[in-house]
Design a protein around this ligand. Sequence first.
Ligand code: PHB
Length: 389
Amino acid sequence: MIFNRAMLARAVLAAALCASAGGVAAQGKIKVGFMLPYTGTYAALGTAIENGFRLYVQEQGGKLGGRELEYFKVDDESEPSKAVDNINKLIKRDNVDVVVGTVHSGVVMAMAKVAKDTNTLLVVPNAGAEAVTGPMCAPNIFRSSFSNWQPGYAMGKVAGERGARKVATITWKYAAGDESVEGFKEGLKASGGEVVKDLTLPFPNVEFQALLTEIAATKPDAVYAFFAGGGAVKFVKDYAAAGLNKAIPLYGPGFLTDGTLEAQGAAAQGMLTTLHYADGLDVPKDKAFRADFNKAYKTTPDVYAVQGYDAAQMLGAGLAAVNGDVGRRGELVAAIEKARIDSPRGAFTLSKAHNPVQDIYLRKVVGTENRYEGVAVKALADPAKGCGM
Ligand code: PHB
């Protein structure tokens, strides 16, 4: 075919239009929606997650996949009944490209349903609800944290190995507490112990006195407690004030003592917990992360900050593979799936259900540190029951 001038001009114009359309799309900002608790018992957790996320992005010069980020925020108040409205503010009103949230398992289950129905990319930076990487698992849903089963199972194994035969459990009555306790029971059973009493109270109540009296009367070998944030501070202090810490070891997933030690003080000393993060890890990435976090926020990072940082790393891995073109969803998802995340907790990969496969550490409270004692369970993967991916 012979090109005449008019054809050539049209071709050049079309190419220019095409490039500029692509160029504009690639230069616009990526919209990130934080749906986190900024008030209530989990407020500090939400802030730590956001700070961790922003730190990673700052370290990349403010860009992921070559594009700047624009942030939108909703306070979810750890309130499941408001979760659908709240996530829709980010998806429908703010038109975000990705939602990062949340802390509370009850809230995340409602979020995951909306994310699945609308095919919105969702990165969960804490909430361990097993359904999210179980029956509700989906290509567009990822978790940078843990499943509730993981630290619970590890603590159960350790408690049994340390001689606990009859154990009482206490938690808020909602998915996270229930699933954490179930994981604990499974690990405890595997190492020769059993749970003789389950105590609960509604989230986020902190009237522990009657339940502590019941624990004293039951005289178990140990207690396993799931609480976090402000509630964990009060529980550990009340347990010690009742004199129980002298007689009955208090175990828990590391949420019981993470980000809380300044406030818990003497009451927490010597406590053993299990978690995918610890103070004093021999991980070069952690040393750099802690120095940078300290510099940016004048405080030591906790597990929540790590999970926020890693949520940004996961998103960054996906966006890098598509040069920031969020429309290339299949490639973006595939890149996150095969990423090895260089986490401060130690490098991890994701399971088929998109949950971290990770070492769970045993930690001991010394001063204001959850000091690394050893690996409780190596490369622990959530069983992902009911996930068809
Ligand atoms: C949860 O609701 O899944 C949850 C909340 C706080 C934690 C851990 C898990 O520290």
